[in-house]
Design a protein around this ligand. Structure first.
Ligand SMILES: Nc1ncnc2c1ncn2[C@@H]1O[C@H](COP(=O)(O)OP(=O)(O)O)[C@@H](O)[C@H]1O
Ligand SMILES: N[C@@H](CC(=O)OP(=O)(O)O)C(=O)O
Length: 441
């Protein structure tokens, strides 16, 4: 069995939805089809939530009207028959009646916001299934809210998904196509929640791992993982093969094509992930598995909004246990550290989540001296085959970066990653310079 995920860009227009109907039926493999919300819907729903949080009901109602008008037009175009249009309209009327019921709830809490934002995937999947029905394609709609759950640390409970799907799927053994929602889940309180922005990729990978799928395919609007951010750099090209580790680094460090956690379940259960282009289905895309190709430099990604902390201790000379004390504080405040550089008496670290920075700084200050943190930093992550015997890797990177100030360097943590910390204002220059220096063809 396969798991195929189609992102917002692949379901965002009626003609795209029609083309994914062709894609999933032309291929004979039985599959779970995971859909995101229509592109723009999640942002539109969040904007409605912002108005409701601000008790601006008129504003919220106007935004709801505009979004509903978008769906009305979508339905009028997608379905060919009167019966199809009526089925689509019924989905919209029912979901928008729920959305409207949220107006006036005061205070408008995070719980309601999560219910509101889940409507994007609830709408897209029901509209798609009604379209498959109109086309005479048998399918089942499996509610993700019944089998996708996160724990108190916001981590998906894959065992629960595995057991629940094992109970639910046999009822649909006669169906080749099982449609479900990406992104949405329940939390330990049983409330509607989600896997964070872009989380439908993660849903697909969690399902793929849970059912031990033969392959997970992520369908989007580009032919696979490119060697650099195509939104910033011209002349990027698709990377045909990546290992799970290489892809995980790129996704974590900013390659927007994949949610940062997507690779974890796929790697855990050894399920290959293929990135494919809905607009160009014949293109090979990118295969993420155990194999790797032989190029030294494979791809670059950049993660913005990073904060660097500079920690000094005079007691570090010949001291042991200092790093442990520092990292216990980051652990206590559930704040992951991304990059690290040490000298005999100093440690510099970067964090992405600054929610608890005040508490962390206060505790560090009891045994360290802290410099002012630097905000608006960017981590540039370069991925490739950097085995210890490979000479000249760092030289090529530094040559390319010769006109860009570098604040931190991390090399040797794995044999596949070299990371640099720079100020965010140099990001575009750095990505372009590295593209010219490392990938000139
Ligand atoms: N290294 C990269 N390779 C491919 N695409 C990338 C990369 N970095 C950023 N992107 C962007 O990711 C986009 C696809 O991801 P996303 O917008 O989340 O799609 P979807 O809506 O299908 O989930 C592409 O259109 C591209 O602009
Ligand atoms: N709709 C959600 C989940 C998602 O994964 O979307 P997409 O596949 O379009 O990135 C979001 O916008 O975050």
């Amino acid at each position: 069995m396969h798991v195929w995920k189609f992102g917002g860009t692949s379901v965002g227009k009626p003609e795209r939805m029609r083309s994914i109907r062709n894609l999933i039926t032309e291929d004979n493999t039985r599959k779970v089809v995971v859909l995101s919300a229509l592109s723009g819907s999640t942002n539109a729903l969040l904007a409605i939530g912002e108005s409701l949080k601000a008790s601006n009901d008129d504003d919220a109602n106007a935004k709801i009207d505009a979004l509903k008008a978008h769906y009305d037009t979508f339905v009028a175009d997608l379905y060919a028959t009167e019966a199809g249009k009526a089925a689509g309209q019924q989905v919209i009327d029912s979901e928008f009646s729920f959305i409207r019921s949220l107006v006036g709830i005061k205070p408008f809490t995070l719980k309601q916001e999560k219910e509101l934002v889940a409507e994007g995937e609830l709408l897209s999947t029901q509209l798609f299934q009604a379209y498959l029905a109109e086309e005479g394609v048998p399918s089942a709609l499996l509610p993700a809210l019944e089998f996708m759950r996160i724990d108190a640390d916001n981590e998906p409970e894959i065992k629960f998904t595995e057991e629940t799907l094992a109970e639910m799927l046999p009822a649909h053994d006669d169906k080749q196509i099982i449609v479900t929602q990406g992104f949405i889940c329940r939390n330990p309180r049983g409330e509607v929640d989600n896997l964070k922005r872009g989380g439908s990729d993660y849903t697909a990978s969690l399902i793929g791992g849970a059912i031990r799928a033969d392959e997970i395919q992520i369908w989007t609007d580009i032919d696979g993982m490119h060697n650099n951010d195509p939104r910033i750099v011209k002349n990027t090209f698709p990377v045909r093969e990546l290992t799970f580790d290489e892809a995980a680094e790129l996704a974590y460090f900013g390659a927007k094509i994949l949610h940062p956690s997507t690779i974890t379940p796929a790697r855990m259960f050894g399920v290959p992930v293929r990135l494919k282009n809905t607009m160009e289905p014949a293109a090979p895309g990118t295969l993420i598995a155990d194999r790797t190709s032989s190029e030294v430099f494979k791809a670059i990604a950049a993660k913005d909004g990073i904060t660097a902390l500079y920690i000094h201790s005079t007691r570090m000379l010949n001291a042991y246990g200092f790093l442990r004390r520092i990292f216990e504080i980051f652990e206590k405040y559930k704040t992951p550290v991304d990059m690290l550089a040490t000298s005999e008496v100093s440690v510099s670290v970067t964090i992405d989540n600054t929610d608890r920075i005040q508490e962390i700084s206060d505790e560090l200050s009891t045994f360290c001296t802290l410099e002012e943190p630097d905000h608006d930093q960017t981590i540039i992550c370069i991925v490739g085959n950097f085995s210890a015997d490979n000479e000249g890797v760092a030289l090529k990177v530094f040559n390319a970066m010769q006109n860009i100030p570098i604040r931190m360097i991390s090399y040797g943590g794995t044999e596949s990653n070299l990371s640099l910390l720079i100020h965010g204002k140099y990001k575009a220059d750095a990505l372009n310079a590295l593209n010219d220096g490392l990938f000139a063809r």
